[in-house]
Write a protein that binds this ligand. Structure first.
Ligand SMILES: [Zn+2]
Length: 325
């Protein structure tokens, strides 16, 4: 990508001013396993506090992904590991649970960290424990990973056409009441449409791309993207090369952004890197420190200042403000 000196200056300024927001990383897997600490810059993985700072990230959603039982106990272990890191690195990051807190933390020059859970297995069939998870700081939940659980069918179960169970519908209602954001990434198509029907609040696809650019089951169809947007929702571009398409590079990320903007408007797209949850990363976005390249790319593609700030984070900030307050 070739930018003029003036364009380079503009991209740098915009990236610095913007509320750069990444709506999904799996870094807590390494942290909870004791493989590394958030505060140290390592060559392992894609994301840590020094590299978040280099990448200009102001808001990072840390996902809790539990792949096997005991789900709830392991969730508590992940939360404990996260709190430990937040305490150890209190000069650089703080947990945010409201939009006001996000603003205050960012104004103090720190990373605002939000907590999400990826997969409703953690409820162990008891949506009534959601208020407890809310009190522990969790502000978003994906109902499924790729598999079937008590709440819904994941995208890996799409063949049967199954959507949300009664318990899944009850969970969505509880989340709406509590002020937790429903995340539809990984849900089966029928589950996606059920969530849109039953949620009284806009929802997010924290780390999903467009099937119109690359036809992968984890990506959203044109109809899904238009409906998500019409309901005020936002989707975060996932950097996994096999979701992006054959090239799997920075340009492919920009292609997904362009496509979604033209299809459903400027207000429904953001970033959901999936760093530390993906085996490979795009050329030009090798780790989170490279995020300024997205601003350079958006400048090169002719987006306005206002549009670039929406894509970098204001769109996600809008949904979270509406849902969690
Ligand atoms: Zn995921």
């Amino acid at each position: 990508m070739k930018l003029s000196a003036i364009e380079e200056e503009r991209a740098t300024r915009l990236h610095k001013e913007a509320l750069v927001w990444d709506s999904h990383c799996d870094t807590l897997l390494d942290i909870t396993a004791g493989k590394r600490s958030l505060g140290e810059r390592t060559s392992r993985g894609h994301l840590d506090l020094p590299r978040l700072r280099e990448g200009g990230v102001k808001v990072q959603i840390f996902a809790i992904y539990i792949d096997s039982a005991p789900y709830l106990r392991r969730t508590l272990e992940f939360l404990s590991a996260f709190y430990g890191e937040a305490s150890k690195n209190r000069d650089d990051m703080e947990l945010a649970t409201t939009s006001k807190e996000i603003k205050e933390i960012v104004a103090r020059g720190k990373l605002a960290a939000l907590l999400s859970i990826e997969g409703g297995e953690v409820l162990e069939g008891a949506p009534e424990i959601l208020p407890c998870l809310y009190r522990l700081g969790v502000r978003a939940l994906g109902l499924t990973w790729n598999h079937r659980n008590e709440l819904a069918d994941g995208v890996g179960e799409a063949r049967t056409g199954g959507g949300l169970t009664k318990m899944g519908i009850e969970t969505v209602a509880q989340m709406n009441n509590l002020g937790m954001v429903v995340d539809v990434s990984h849900l089966s198509p029928a589950g996606f449409w059920d969530v849109l029907e039953y949620s009284s609040q806009p929802v997010i696809a924290s780390h999903s791309n467009a099937r119109g650019v690359h036809d992968h089951p984890r990506n959203l169809s044109d109809d899904q993207i238009r409906a998500l947007s019409a309901q005020g929702g936002v989707m975060g571009i996932n950097f996994a090369p096999h979701f992006l398409g054959p090239a799997g590079d920075l340009n492919a990320v920009l292609n997904h952004i362009d496509y979604i903007v033209h299809l459903a408007g400027i207000d429904c797209v953001g970033l959901g890197s999936d760093y530390d949850g993906i085996a490979a990363t795009p050329t030009g976005l090798e780790d989170v420190s490279q995020l300024p390249n997205i601003s350079r790319g958006l400048v090169a593609r002719g987006y306005t200042d206002e549009d670039i700030k929406k894509i970098l984070g204001e769109n996600f900030a809008r949904v979270f403000a509406q849902v969690m307050g």
